[in-house]
Design a protein around this ligand. Structure first.
Ligand code: G4P
Length: 319
């Protein structure tokens, strides 16, 4: 699927993170608990390599709790990494975040060595919601302060604990096809940048294999595990009265219903990937990307060779 969008402030954000990172003690990456692997920005991994990382699985209220535990265990066994689950209903998430940050950077704290934390995350992952809760009355917009770019906001969570916010950005080329679909299904990608029917079919395909009972419960259907994604999309359309011109199913409308119901967790708490699945998709995506690069290099080399062979007009007239 061709998911395309304008990378917007990506370059500026990249620069802002690059400039700030040397004075950062812990990088918090907000991930969508329904798609932790796909919502992790590979660009960020490069920019923040070597820094202690806190992975926050946000919107855990929408995700499958069993799978959230699998993802937390996966991240917690990585070096210099901790992971916690959060959601907007938690009235005081600051304590959990601070505890995890001090565990990752135990030598920080106090006025002389304040804890300096960078917070990143893709659009719509819930960063503003979390920051507003964290900031409360202590919110300090310091964009005009020397050394803090306009792209950044510094929030002082305590006298010795600073949080630097960064704009939510996506990366321009997603090499894992499944990640593109999962990001679109979650709402991270603007609706004009993808085909809803295609995204819904991919979503339903996964739900048929992993959450058939959830789909049956929501749409009052039977035998979902035996259906193809196309048949299921039609069945959803029929059940919900998404019709056009007589009895024909309006597949666009049916797709919108399936995506909306997933986003609002009306089919229950669902997670679209496990750590193992994502690792497989990533390996396949990287292999395809490497092959694509080899082809591109071969075309470029061929072009250069042919260009060299073209006889120059003056050399012909001389002979
Ligand atoms: P962003 O800054 O990362 O772009 O995300 P933002 O905080 O604006 O949140 C995006 C949407 O996700 C908002 O919903 C917000 O309410 C919702 N959200 C944030 N955190 C959580 C969470 O932990 N659980 C759930 N279920 N939802 C969460 P919206 O519909 O776009 O706006 P609103 O009308 O709800 O404010």
């Amino acid at each position: 699927m061709a998911i395309q969008w304008f990378p917007g402030h990506m370059h500026l954000t990249k620069k802002a993170i690059g400039d700030r990172i040397k004075n950062i003690d812990v990088v918090i990456e907000l991930l969508d608990a329904r798609l932790p692997g796909s919502s992790a920005n590979p660009m960020l991994a490069e920019l923040t390599a070597g820094k202690p990382a806190l992975k926050v699985l946000n919107k855990q209220d929408l995700a499958d709790p069993v799978r959230t535990d699998q993802w937390l265990a996966h991240y917690n066994q990585l070096p210099d990494t901790k992971a916690i689950g959060l959601d907007a209903s938690m009235t005081a998430p600051a304590k959990a975040l601070a505890t995890a940050c001090f565990a990752l950077a135990p030598n920080r704290g106090g006025m002389v060595k304040p804890m300096r934390v960078l917070i990143c995350g893709i659009p719509n992952v819930g960063k503003s919601t979390l920051i507003n809760t964290l900031a409360g009355k202590r919110a300090a917009k310091t964009g005009d302060e020397a050394g803090i770019t306009k792209l950044e906001q510094r929030i002082s969570m305590a006298d010795d604990f600073y949080l630097y916010d960064t704009p939510g950005v996506l990366w321009p080329r997603i090499i894992v096809a499944k990640s593109g679909y999962n990001l679109a299904a979650s709402g991270a990608i603007g609706r004009n940048a993808f085909n809803e029917e295609e995204v819904a079919l991919e979503l339903l395909n996964y739900l048929i294999a992993h959450y058939p009972a959830n789909v049956e419960g929501r749409f009052k259907l039977e035998g979902v595990a035996q259906m193809t994604d196309e048949v299921l999309l039609e069945a959803i359309g029929r059940k919900r009265g998404a019709l056009q011109g007589g009895k024909k199913i309006n597949l666009q409308k049916a797709a919108e219903i399936a995506i909306y119901d997933f986003r609002a967790a009306l089919m229950g708490r669902i997670t679209l990937e496990t750590p193992e699945e994502f690792a497989e998709w990533l390996a396949a995506g990287q292999k395809m990307d490497a092959e694509r690069q080899v082809k591109k290099d071969a075309i470029e080399l061929d072009r250069k060779i042919r260009f060299k062979k073209v006889p120059r007009p003056d050399s012909r007239s001389a002979s």
